[in-house]
Design a protein around this ligand. Structure first.
Ligand SMILES: Cc1cc2nc3c(=O)[nH]c(=O)nc-3n(C[C@H](O)[C@H](O)[C@H](O)COP(=O)(O)OP(=O)(O)OC[C@H]3O[C@@H](n4cnc5c(N)ncnc54)[C@H](O)[C@@H]3O)c2cc1C
Length: 306
Protein backbone atom coordinates (compact mmCIF):
# COMPACT_ATOMS: atom_id res chain seq x y z
CA UNK A 1 0.00 0.00 0.00
CA UNK A 2 1.32 3.44 -0.94
CA UNK A 3 0.87 6.01 1.84
CA UNK A 4 1.62 9.73 1.74
CA UNK A 5 2.06 11.52 5.03
CA UNK A 6 1.84 15.30 4.89
CA UNK A 7 4.06 17.02 7.46
CA UNK A 8 7.20 15.81 9.23
CA UNK A 9 6.33 17.20 12.66
CA UNK A 10 5.95 14.82 15.60
CA UNK A 11 2.53 13.61 14.41
CA UNK A 12 3.72 13.01 10.84
CA UNK A 13 6.85 11.18 11.98
CA UNK A 14 4.78 8.94 14.30
CA UNK A 15 2.27 8.21 11.54
CA UNK A 16 5.00 7.39 9.02
CA UNK A 17 6.86 5.16 11.45
CA UNK A 18 3.81 3.28 12.73
CA UNK A 19 2.31 2.76 9.26
CA UNK A 20 5.57 1.36 8.05
CA UNK A 21 6.15 -0.82 11.12
CA UNK A 22 2.62 -2.19 11.49
CA UNK A 23 1.40 -2.32 7.86
CA UNK A 24 4.73 -2.55 6.05
CA UNK A 25 3.34 0.32 3.99
CA UNK A 26 5.41 2.07 1.36
CA UNK A 27 5.48 5.48 3.06
CA UNK A 28 6.59 8.86 1.71
CA UNK A 29 6.53 12.06 3.76
CA UNK A 30 5.99 15.49 2.17
CA UNK A 31 7.31 18.39 4.24
CA UNK A 32 7.35 22.02 3.20
CA UNK A 33 10.24 22.97 5.51
CA UNK A 34 13.87 22.03 4.99
CA UNK A 35 14.00 20.08 8.26
CA UNK A 36 11.62 17.81 10.21
CA UNK A 37 10.19 18.54 13.67
CA UNK A 38 7.61 21.25 12.95
CA UNK A 39 6.81 22.95 16.21
CA UNK A 40 9.06 20.67 18.26
CA UNK A 41 12.54 21.77 17.35
CA UNK A 42 15.78 22.57 19.17
CA UNK A 43 17.40 25.77 17.86
CA UNK A 44 20.78 27.24 18.76
CA UNK A 45 21.92 30.76 19.58
CA UNK A 46 24.91 32.27 17.72
CA UNK A 47 27.03 31.04 20.66
CA UNK A 48 25.76 27.48 20.17
CA UNK A 49 23.50 27.39 23.23
CA UNK A 50 20.50 25.13 22.56
CA UNK A 51 16.96 26.39 23.19
CA UNK A 52 13.54 25.04 22.29
CA UNK A 53 11.21 26.65 19.81
CA UNK A 54 8.26 24.65 21.15
CA UNK A 55 7.88 22.29 24.15
CA UNK A 56 10.90 22.40 26.43
CA UNK A 57 10.72 19.09 28.27
CA UNK A 58 9.08 15.68 28.06
CA UNK A 59 6.63 15.34 30.94
CA UNK A 60 5.13 11.95 31.70
CA UNK A 61 1.65 12.43 33.11
CA UNK A 62 -0.98 10.01 34.34
CA UNK A 63 -2.23 7.91 31.42
CA UNK A 64 0.89 8.21 29.27
CA UNK A 65 3.22 5.54 30.68
CA UNK A 66 4.02 4.16 27.22
CA UNK A 67 5.49 7.49 26.12
CA UNK A 68 8.82 7.03 27.82
CA UNK A 69 9.82 3.63 26.37
CA UNK A 70 8.74 4.87 22.93
CA UNK A 71 10.87 8.03 23.09
CA UNK A 72 13.78 6.14 24.63
CA UNK A 73 14.06 4.16 21.42
CA UNK A 74 15.31 7.39 19.84
CA UNK A 75 16.49 9.76 22.56
CA UNK A 76 18.80 9.67 25.55
CA UNK A 77 16.29 11.15 28.00
CA UNK A 78 17.70 12.53 31.22
CA UNK A 79 15.49 13.19 34.21
CA UNK A 80 15.51 16.85 35.27
CA UNK A 81 14.04 18.97 38.03
CA UNK A 82 12.33 21.87 36.35
CA UNK A 83 11.00 25.20 37.52
CA UNK A 84 8.34 26.88 35.44
CA UNK A 85 7.23 30.42 36.10
CA UNK A 86 4.41 32.45 34.59
CA UNK A 87 2.95 35.95 34.71
CA UNK A 88 -0.81 35.94 34.97
CA UNK A 89 -0.71 39.57 33.78
CA UNK A 90 2.20 41.41 32.16
CA UNK A 91 2.46 43.77 35.14
CA UNK A 92 2.32 40.99 37.78
CA UNK A 93 5.42 39.30 39.22
CA UNK A 94 6.37 35.81 38.05
CA UNK A 95 4.70 33.04 40.04
CA UNK A 96 5.45 29.30 39.89
CA UNK A 97 3.42 27.24 37.46
CA UNK A 98 1.38 25.27 38.49
CA UNK A 99 0.38 28.16 40.74
CA UNK A 100 -0.14 27.54 44.44
CA UNK A 101 -2.39 29.53 46.71
CA UNK A 102 0.53 31.04 48.66
CA UNK A 103 1.91 32.64 45.47
CA UNK A 104 -1.54 33.83 44.42
CA UNK A 105 -2.01 35.54 47.79
CA UNK A 106 1.04 37.71 47.11
CA UNK A 107 -0.43 39.08 43.85
CA UNK A 108 -2.34 42.40 43.84
CA UNK A 109 -5.55 40.39 43.28
CA UNK A 110 -4.63 37.78 45.94
CA UNK A 111 -7.24 38.82 48.51
CA UNK A 112 -10.01 38.76 45.89
CA UNK A 113 -9.00 35.30 44.66
CA UNK A 114 -8.96 34.00 48.24
CA UNK A 115 -12.38 35.46 48.94
CA UNK A 116 -13.87 33.94 45.80
CA UNK A 117 -12.40 30.48 46.47
CA UNK A 118 -13.64 30.58 50.07
CA UNK A 119 -17.16 31.48 48.87
CA UNK A 120 -17.13 28.55 46.44
CA UNK A 121 -15.97 26.18 49.17
CA UNK A 122 -18.69 27.43 51.48
CA UNK A 123 -21.43 26.98 48.87
CA UNK A 124 -20.24 23.42 48.30
CA UNK A 125 -22.23 23.17 45.07
CA UNK A 126 -21.19 21.23 41.96
CA UNK A 127 -19.78 23.38 39.13
CA UNK A 128 -22.18 25.11 36.72
CA UNK A 129 -23.01 23.27 33.51
CA UNK A 130 -24.28 26.06 31.24
CA UNK A 131 -21.02 26.71 29.39
CA UNK A 132 -17.29 26.92 30.05
CA UNK A 133 -17.53 30.37 31.67
CA UNK A 134 -20.22 29.13 34.03
CA UNK A 135 -18.14 26.07 34.86
CA UNK A 136 -14.93 28.05 35.49
CA UNK A 137 -16.45 30.91 37.46
CA UNK A 138 -18.26 28.47 39.74
CA UNK A 139 -15.08 26.36 40.13
CA UNK A 140 -12.30 28.93 40.54
CA UNK A 141 -14.08 32.31 40.70
CA UNK A 142 -14.34 35.17 38.20
CA UNK A 143 -10.87 36.63 38.90
CA UNK A 144 -8.88 33.47 38.17
CA UNK A 145 -11.18 32.75 35.23
CA UNK A 146 -10.24 36.05 33.66
CA UNK A 147 -6.53 35.88 34.53
CA UNK A 148 -5.75 32.30 33.70
CA UNK A 149 -8.35 31.10 31.20
CA UNK A 150 -10.03 33.91 29.26
CA UNK A 151 -7.12 35.05 27.05
CA UNK A 152 -5.52 31.62 26.82
CA UNK A 153 -8.77 30.11 25.58
CA UNK A 154 -9.19 32.89 23.02
CA UNK A 155 -5.66 32.35 21.72
CA UNK A 156 -6.02 28.59 21.47
CA UNK A 157 -9.54 28.20 20.14
CA UNK A 158 -10.50 31.66 18.93
CA UNK A 159 -13.63 31.46 21.05
CA UNK A 160 -15.05 33.16 24.09
CA UNK A 161 -15.64 31.03 27.18
CA UNK A 162 -19.41 31.21 26.80
CA UNK A 163 -19.11 29.75 23.30
CA UNK A 164 -17.62 26.51 24.65
CA UNK A 165 -19.20 23.62 26.56
CA UNK A 166 -18.63 23.09 30.28
CA UNK A 167 -17.14 19.68 29.46
CA UNK A 168 -13.89 21.38 28.42
CA UNK A 169 -13.32 22.43 32.02
CA UNK A 170 -14.18 19.01 33.41
CA UNK A 171 -11.24 17.54 31.55
CA UNK A 172 -8.94 19.35 33.97
CA UNK A 173 -10.92 18.48 37.09
CA UNK A 174 -10.90 22.12 38.10
CA UNK A 175 -13.66 21.61 40.62
CA UNK A 176 -10.97 20.37 43.01
CA UNK A 177 -9.12 23.68 42.95
CA UNK A 178 -11.23 25.49 45.52
CA UNK A 179 -10.82 22.51 47.85
CA UNK A 180 -7.06 22.07 47.42
CA UNK A 181 -6.19 25.75 47.08
CA UNK A 182 -4.09 25.27 43.95
CA UNK A 183 -4.96 26.97 40.67
CA UNK A 184 -3.69 24.02 38.71
CA UNK A 185 -3.19 20.78 40.53
CA UNK A 186 0.48 19.94 40.92
CA UNK A 187 1.05 16.68 39.12
CA UNK A 188 3.32 13.82 39.96
CA UNK A 189 4.87 14.12 36.50
CA UNK A 190 8.53 13.38 35.94
CA UNK A 191 10.32 15.63 33.49
CA UNK A 192 13.04 14.71 31.00
CA UNK A 193 15.28 16.54 28.54
CA UNK A 194 17.04 14.68 25.72
CA UNK A 195 20.85 14.88 25.61
CA UNK A 196 21.63 16.93 22.48
CA UNK A 197 18.09 18.32 22.17
CA UNK A 198 15.04 17.03 20.31
CA UNK A 199 16.24 17.10 16.71
CA UNK A 200 17.77 13.58 16.60
CA UNK A 201 14.29 12.20 17.40
CA UNK A 202 13.03 13.02 13.92
CA UNK A 203 16.10 11.91 12.01
CA UNK A 204 15.98 8.56 13.82
CA UNK A 205 12.23 8.04 13.45
CA UNK A 206 12.44 8.84 9.75
CA UNK A 207 15.53 6.72 9.16
CA UNK A 208 14.93 4.72 5.96
CA UNK A 209 11.70 6.54 5.10
CA UNK A 210 11.41 8.56 1.88
CA UNK A 211 11.05 12.21 2.97
CA UNK A 212 10.69 15.06 0.46
CA UNK A 213 11.65 18.37 2.04
CA UNK A 214 10.74 21.76 0.57
CA UNK A 215 7.48 20.39 -0.87
CA UNK A 216 4.29 22.31 -0.07
CA UNK A 217 1.02 20.44 -0.43
CA UNK A 218 -1.71 22.59 -1.92
CA UNK A 219 -4.69 20.26 -2.28
CA UNK A 220 -5.86 16.69 -1.80
CA UNK A 221 -8.29 15.14 -4.29
CA UNK A 222 -9.76 11.64 -4.13
CA UNK A 223 -11.29 9.33 -6.71
CA UNK A 224 -12.06 5.61 -6.92
CA UNK A 225 -8.42 4.82 -7.69
CA UNK A 226 -7.06 6.57 -4.58
CA UNK A 227 -5.87 10.06 -3.77
CA UNK A 228 -3.99 12.76 -5.65
CA UNK A 229 -1.88 15.16 -3.68
CA UNK A 230 -1.16 18.39 -5.55
CA UNK A 231 2.02 20.14 -4.50
CA UNK A 232 4.31 22.89 -5.76
CA UNK A 233 6.63 20.08 -6.90
CA UNK A 234 4.06 18.12 -8.91
CA UNK A 235 1.28 15.63 -8.18
CA UNK A 236 1.74 12.51 -6.05
CA UNK A 237 -0.64 9.57 -5.98
CA UNK A 238 -1.34 7.25 -3.05
CA UNK A 239 -3.80 4.67 -1.72
CA UNK A 240 -3.95 6.51 1.59
CA UNK A 241 -3.11 10.07 2.64
CA UNK A 242 -2.50 11.05 6.26
CA UNK A 243 -2.33 14.79 6.77
CA UNK A 244 -1.00 16.55 9.83
CA UNK A 245 -1.32 19.94 8.08
CA UNK A 246 -4.61 21.87 8.35
CA UNK A 247 -7.09 19.57 6.62
CA UNK A 248 -9.79 22.17 6.09
CA UNK A 249 -7.56 24.23 3.79
CA UNK A 250 -6.14 21.18 1.96
CA UNK A 251 -9.64 19.97 1.14
CA UNK A 252 -10.57 23.43 -0.14
CA UNK A 253 -13.28 23.62 2.60
CA UNK A 254 -15.42 21.39 0.36
CA UNK A 255 -16.91 19.47 3.30
CA UNK A 256 -18.44 22.60 4.75
CA UNK A 257 -17.53 24.45 7.89
CA UNK A 258 -15.40 22.64 10.45
CA UNK A 259 -16.35 22.86 14.09
CA UNK A 260 -12.85 23.95 15.16
CA UNK A 261 -10.57 26.28 13.34
CA UNK A 262 -7.34 25.29 11.60
CA UNK A 263 -4.09 27.20 11.93
CA UNK A 264 -1.53 28.19 9.38
CA UNK A 265 1.60 29.20 11.25
CA UNK A 266 4.49 30.74 9.38
CA UNK A 267 7.76 31.19 11.19
CA UNK A 268 10.43 33.65 10.11
CA UNK A 269 13.74 33.16 11.88
CA UNK A 270 15.37 36.55 12.27
CA UNK A 271 19.12 36.72 12.86
CA UNK A 272 19.67 37.32 16.59
CA UNK A 273 21.42 40.67 16.13
CA UNK A 274 20.60 43.55 18.49
CA UNK A 275 18.05 45.90 16.96
CA UNK A 276 19.36 49.46 16.46
CA UNK A 277 16.52 51.11 18.29
CA UNK A 278 16.21 48.97 21.42
CA UNK A 279 19.68 47.40 21.52
CA UNK A 280 17.92 44.09 22.26
CA UNK A 281 18.10 40.95 20.16
CA UNK A 282 15.06 40.29 17.94
CA UNK A 283 13.46 36.87 17.98
CA UNK A 284 10.93 35.14 15.82
CA UNK A 285 8.28 36.81 13.83
CA UNK A 286 5.28 34.51 13.70
CA UNK A 287 2.28 34.95 11.44
CA UNK A 288 -0.86 33.13 12.33
CA UNK A 289 -3.71 32.87 9.89
CA UNK A 290 -6.73 31.13 11.28
CA UNK A 291 -9.48 29.50 9.32
CA UNK A 292 -12.68 29.14 11.21
CA UNK A 293 -15.94 27.76 9.94
CA UNK A 294 -14.52 27.80 6.46
CA UNK A 295 -13.55 31.47 6.54
CA UNK A 296 -9.98 32.63 6.46
CA UNK A 297 -9.01 35.51 8.73
CA UNK A 298 -5.33 36.36 8.43
CA UNK A 299 -3.93 38.42 11.26
CA UNK A 300 -1.19 41.00 10.87
CA UNK A 301 2.40 39.81 11.27
CA UNK A 302 4.05 41.48 14.21
CA UNK A 303 7.73 40.96 15.05
CA UNK A 304 8.27 40.17 18.70
CA UNK A 305 11.22 41.44 20.67
CA UNK A 306 13.09 39.50 23.33
C1 LIG B 1 6.00 27.57 22.16
C2 LIG B 1 5.28 26.24 22.15
C3 LIG B 1 5.17 25.52 23.33
C4 LIG B 1 4.52 24.29 23.33
N1 LIG B 1 4.45 23.58 24.50
C5 LIG B 1 3.85 22.39 24.54
C6 LIG B 1 3.80 21.60 25.72
O1 LIG B 1 4.31 22.00 26.76
N2 LIG B 1 3.21 20.38 25.68
C7 LIG B 1 2.63 19.91 24.53
O2 LIG B 1 2.11 18.78 24.54
N3 LIG B 1 2.66 20.62 23.39
C8 LIG B 1 3.24 21.84 23.37
N4 LIG B 1 3.26 22.57 22.21
C9 LIG B 1 2.54 22.02 21.06
C10 LIG B 1 3.38 20.97 20.31
O3 LIG B 1 4.61 21.53 19.93
C11 LIG B 1 2.58 20.61 19.09
O4 LIG B 1 1.29 20.16 19.46
C12 LIG B 1 3.22 19.48 18.28
O5 LIG B 1 4.60 19.71 18.07
C13 LIG B 1 2.44 19.44 16.98
O6 LIG B 1 2.96 18.44 16.16
P1 LIG B 1 2.29 18.17 14.76
O7 LIG B 1 3.14 17.19 14.05
O8 LIG B 1 0.84 17.89 14.93
O9 LIG B 1 2.28 19.60 14.01
P2 LIG B 1 3.53 20.47 13.52
O10 LIG B 1 4.66 20.36 14.45
O11 LIG B 1 2.96 21.82 13.21
O12 LIG B 1 3.94 19.74 12.17
C14 LIG B 1 3.24 19.95 10.99
C15 LIG B 1 4.26 19.87 9.88
O13 LIG B 1 3.56 19.96 8.66
C16 LIG B 1 4.26 20.81 7.81
N5 LIG B 1 3.26 21.38 6.89
C17 LIG B 1 2.25 22.23 7.21
N6 LIG B 1 1.54 22.53 6.12
C18 LIG B 1 2.12 21.85 5.09
C19 LIG B 1 1.81 21.75 3.71
N7 LIG B 1 0.77 22.40 3.17
N8 LIG B 1 2.61 20.97 2.93
C20 LIG B 1 3.68 20.29 3.48
N9 LIG B 1 3.99 20.35 4.79
C21 LIG B 1 3.23 21.12 5.59
C22 LIG B 1 4.88 21.87 8.71
O14 LIG B 1 6.01 22.47 8.10
C23 LIG B 1 5.27 21.01 9.91
O15 LIG B 1 6.58 20.50 9.84
C24 LIG B 1 3.93 23.78 22.15
C25 LIG B 1 4.05 24.51 20.96
C26 LIG B 1 4.71 25.73 20.95
C27 LIG B 1 4.85 26.49 19.64
Amino acid sequence: MKVLVIGAGFAGCCAALLLRESLSADVSVLERAKVPGGMLRTLHTAEGVPYEYGPRVVSVFRGTPDLLPFLRRYLDLQERDIYQGTRLRPDYPVVPFPVDLESLKRLPCGATVERELAAIRERGEPPGERDLRDYLESSVGPTLTELAFEGFNRKFWGRRLEEMPAAWGKLRRLERIAATGAYRLPSEASHYYPAGGFNPLFDRMLDGIDVRYGVTVERIDADVRGASVLTDAGTFRADLVVTTAPIDALLGHRHGPLEWRGYRVEIDLVAPRPSRRSGRARRHSVRVASTRRGRRRPSAARPTSA
